[in-house]
Design a protein around this ligand. Sequence first.
Ligand code: ACO
Length: 275
Amino acid sequence: MSAENELSCVKVDIDDENIAWLSFNRPEKRNAMSPKLHYEMEEVVPQLETDPNVKVIVLTGEGVSWSAGMDLKEYFRETDDNPEARFKSYWSHRHWSQYLMLSSKPTIAMVNGFCFGGAFTPLAACDIAITAEEATFGLSEINWGILPGGNVSKVFSDLVSHRDAMYYAMTGRTFDGKKAVQMGIANVAVPADNLREETIVLARELMEKSPAVLAFTKQAIKAVRGMDMNMAYEYLSAKQGALRAADKEATRQKGMSEFLDKKSYRPGLGAVQRD
Ligand code: ACO
């Protein structure tokens, strides 16, 4: 990655298994999101999207924190009297969060520690979230005299029940990784010591799938959330047709042949070695 050497708030490591480890890299500030961090993310996320060496993107944090949310000093206080600077960093955050949400590649949030406030937006933008049991989450905005903006109210309400959204937004109380799974914020909680290993297992499983089928599946699941029944039927029919044209590996024909003709593949019986 050309810009890699210039990055200071974000770290990128593409390993030899084609997993891109994208890290918030301000551990001394608990990975609070400063304007500079947003600008770097805005540059890096599209680069990962178009890099053919990247098959899965894992978003995590250096040190003990995933992200302590927006930087209260650099994002808020220092731009209170500078609307232009605030505007730029607001839109930068909005852009890269949207890029991440609309990525055609599988994205995994690997929550290694603190996750507060504005950090819920990139968390929700990832397709799958795996968290350390010991991680600490919270909507602390209420304690700073602000409401959960930057779309946190929206993404949090979309993930959790109405009761939990009200309760945690109004109290600012914290909760751990196990509770985050119960609430639907994360898929799996594992001990911190196993977090990376479990993330790699998950990434490998995703990389076994057809990239085209994965991309279309992601788009379909996200798109139908805002549709009524009839719209969803129509959209999915059209999308299915488009996928057959886009899937150069002909995964559908291959799977049918393995199951119906060769009888070599039984997906319902777990992971079976495919041709
Ligand atoms: N913004 C700016 N700086 C921060 C932030 C933040 N959100 N979070 C931590 N820091 C800084 C601290 O000011 C401190 O800087 P310093 O060393 O220059 O004094 C450094 O990071 C380390 O923080 P500590 O509080 O010393 O670390 P500790 O491990 O004890 O606690 C914790 C970590 C729990 C994350 C604590 O820092 C905290 O509560 N931070 C605020 C979290 C928060 O409410 N975020 C939401 C902000 S509002 C929003 O996102 C819209």
